[in-house]
Design a protein around this ligand. Structure first.
Ligand code: HEC
Ligand code: HEC
Ligand code: HEC
Ligand code: HEC
Length: 152
């Protein structure tokens, strides 16, 4: 085999491996997700004082009957109609700001606000429907320490 062809084949092989593993990261639907955003510059709700949140991804979809598009959306905030196996972007790929902006506390592009906006708002609605007018008490965790549990 000539050298040029061999080099080309090697490069193509490497490219295939890269594409395959690249897709793997975004298509596998995890059962639970450890919400461990190490990218945060200064973490407050992290070990050793707080546990990382174990988000029951599969259970939210299957048992609590929440559709993919209630959480995953595109760049225009349009809900995504996903199937298992679709390539899905992480929230942090668009919600790239890792620190709260003092001038705009509710900036949705701050990851923390996106997380709270998604998780906490729905949980409050769930609790309101379950009978607590403020939505803080009920089946879904809505107060800080219910989600950010103390301990390692
Ligand atoms: C209650 C909210 C919620 C529901 C419902 C939900 N997801 Fe997710 N999903 C998330 C969150 C949050 C993450 C973590 C993203 C991150 O780390 O930035 C995630 C991660 C993923 C990932 C991994 C992305 C990666 O790059 O690691 C895939 C794939 C995925 N979801 C697909 C789905 C599919 C398909 C459905 C419906 C069958 C679904 N999700 C339902 C909130 C949800
Ligand atoms: C493709 C980019 C993209 C991805 C991926 C993405 N978002 Fe967003 N998200 C946006 C944009 C853009 C907005 C609107 C910002 C604005 O209104 O200025 C937004 C807004 C939001 C809002 C505020 C909604 C409102 O009505 O004010 C929440 C909450 C949110 N996203 C949560 C999430 C969560 C949770 C994930 C991951 C499961 C996620 N987003 C993934 C781009 C994205
Ligand atoms: C659209 C609604 C909705 C969204 C969005 C949502 N949840 Fe939930 N969550 C629920 C419901 C419903 C329950 C279950 C209440 C019950 O037990 O009846 C629940 C329960 C939980 C629980 C306790 C029970 C368990 O098995 O895990 C945790 C922890 C939790 N959610 C974390 C999260 C996190 C973290 C996010 C954001 C990434 C999130 N949730 C987003 C609806 C939602
Ligand atoms: C429904 C669950 C839930 C509730 C309730 C909740 N959070 Fe969070 N919070 C999250 C998730 C998910 C993230 C993003 C992943 C992470 O960093 O753990 C986050 C991130 C954060 C962060 C940024 C990351 C860090 O470690 O510094 C802070 C600060 C924070 N939350 C504070 C609070 C405070 C204060 C409250 C009460 C007012 C609260 N949270 C209520 C789920 C919740």
């Amino acid at each position: 085999m000539n050298k040029k062809l061999l080099t080309w084949l090697l490069a193509a092989g490497i490219a295939v491996v890269f594409v395959a593993t690249g897709l793997q990261a975004g298509t596998e639907v995890p059962d639970t997700i450890k919400m461990d955003y190490n990218n945060y510059t200064k973490r407050v709700k992290a070990p050793p004082k707080f546990k990382f949140i174990e988000f029951t991804h599969k259970k939210h979809n299957e048992e609590f009957k929440i559709s993919c598009g209630d959480c995953h959306h595109d760049k225009d905030k349009k809900p995504l109609d996903l199937k298992i196996g679709d390539n899905v972007q992480k929230c942090v790929e668009c919600h790239t700001k890792l620190e709260k902006d003092k001038k705009d506390k509710n900036d949705p592009l701050v990851l923390e606000n996106a997380m709270h906006g998604n998780c906490v708002d729905c949980h409050k609605d769930v609790n309101k429907k379950a009978g607590d007018p403020k939505g803080m008490k009920g089946p879904a965790p809505a107060s800080c320490n219910k989600c950010h549990e103390k301990g390692e």
